[in-house]
Design a protein around this ligand. Structure first.
Ligand SMILES: *Cc1c(COP(=O)(O)O)cnc(C)c1O
Length: 416
């Protein structure tokens, strides 16, 4: 697993042992000397550190428990992280794996894992002295940025694909005071505009192209590994997650490489990263299956609006992560996603459609015998049920009108 290695060379640009490095060319940059999202060669950047911590460097709770693996000791916090790692015994039995745990990121302050990235990202925005924040979003990024921007007292702009964002998410961005700019296009079009605005210096970009956001999201990996080890006495064999822009996939891969670099994890203990996309928006699955570079899909469609993305910006970080950890990627239908949403809800775990893709993907891969029955699996559920109340209403039971009378209500519930 050659790519699990991180170089130990500390460049002169490093400040306090931290620098930015281009994943394509290895060019290095000072971390906070002005605003920078990509390298001069337009490659993706990663935050690198002179030293990587082992598990005993962590204390406290939530994202900032992992400060030793982050660029700051604290940030703009609500606070975030420390989400549950549920057991789901009926699903575990039904799908047929050794153990199944659900890491429910919907339990973050604004109801998605995006909060983990924003607590770090908005802290960096303060460090850089910027005034205006901006993101393109399928919804959850805008909800998180609006809340963290409000917390920091900063102006926030969000660009959304008109008519393609779930109701709960727009409501959050709106009440937290972001200006909501609805674009007649899809998410990828919104991101093109946001990148232009950022390049012109009009606002600080907090999409997952921003390498600091992924630093916060690394802590999902830390929490899974620590908690799983505490409960089961071993690390999980596999982590299954929904993939949109592939920021989380990239962030988890980075967690693993850093823990391997510190000696906290052996290469053999690294979980297999397994990405799930909707059939109507599956460029990463296509690339993994065909062994070709990722191709931008101009037309995308799925009920799982949070992963309705045709041009995953973090593909160059995430695809090696899937390959080097011996993971895989799989596409699922909207029908399979809705069924998995019901299955999770049947265990008391309420998630939005994109989140349920992880469980739908696991079920499919287990049926195909790509996932084995003796595996310890963690499925990531990325957002809360209330994010998309319309999808929940369609997937769930219909309300039944009853007369305003106890006997009539009783008679009604005893009917088949
Ligand atoms: C943002 C988001 C995703 C996609 O995550 P990536 O890191 O972009 O792959 C998946 N599910 C939900 C609910 C999200 O909000």
């Amino acid at each position: 697993m050659a790519n699990l290695q991180l170089s130990k060379h500390v460049p002169p640009e490093a400040a306090d042992g931290i620098w930015l490095e281009c994943i394509e060319t290895g060019e290095t940059y000072a971390p906070f000397d002005g605003v920078r999202y990509t390298s001069d060669a337009d490659g993706l950047l990663e935050v690198r550190y002179a030293e990587y911590p082992t598990f005993d460097a962590f204390s406290g709770s939530g994202v900032w428990r992992y400060a030793a693996a982050l660029p700051f000791d604290d940030g703009v916090s609500l606070p975030e992280g420390a989400t549950p790692l549920y057991y789901a015994p009926r699903l575990e039995n039904d799908i047929g794996v050794r153990t199944l745990r659900i890491k429910h990121e919907g339990m973050n302050p604004t109801g998605s894992f995006k909060d983990r990235g924003m607590t770090v990202g908005v802290r960096v925005a303060q460090e850089l002295g910027v005034e205006r924040l901006v993101c393109a979003s399928t919804g959850n990024t805008s909800a998180a940025l609006a809340a963290y921007g409000a917390r920091a007292g900063m102006e926030t702009l969000v660009l959304l694909p008109a008519g393609k964002v779930a109701a709960g998410k727009v409501a959050q961005a709106s009440l937290h005071g972001a200006r909501i700019l609805e674009v007649d296009g899809n998410f990828d079009d919104c991101l093109d505009i946001v990148r232009d605005l950022a390049d012109r210096g009009e606002a600080y970009l907090l999409n997952s192209l921003n390498p600091f956001r992924l630093e916060g999201q690394k802590t999902i990996g830390h929490e899974i590994l620590e908690r799983h080890y505490r409960d089961e006495g071993r690390f999980p064999d596999r982590i299954v997650l929904p993939v949109g822009n592939a920021g989380n996939t990239s962030a988890l891969y980075k967690t693993f490489r850093e823990l391997v670099a510190s000696g906290a994890l052996t290469p053999e203990e690294v979980p297999k990263l397994t990405g799930v996309q909707a059939e109507g928006a599956a460029p990463i699955v296509e690339a993994i299956e065909s062994d070709e570079p990722v191709r931008r899909w101009d037309e995308v469609e799925t009920k799982a609006t949070a992963i309705r993305i045709g041009n995953p910006v973090n593909a160059p970080k995430a695809v090696p992560g899937i390959r080097e950890t011996n993971g895989t990627a799989v596409a699922v239908s909207d029908r399979e996603i809705t069924q998995a949403q019901r299955d999770l809800a049947g265990e008391g775990i309420g998630v939005e459609p994109a989140s349920a893709a992880s469980v739908a993907g696991l079920r499919k891969l287990r049926k195909q015998d790509i996932v084995q029955s003796d595996e310890d699996v963690v499925c990531l559920t990325t957002g809360h049920l209330l994010k998309d109340p319309d999808a929940a209403a369609v997937a769930g039971n219909d309300p039944e009108p009853v007369p305003n009378d106890t006997d009539a209500v009783l008679a009604h519930v005893s009917e088949e």
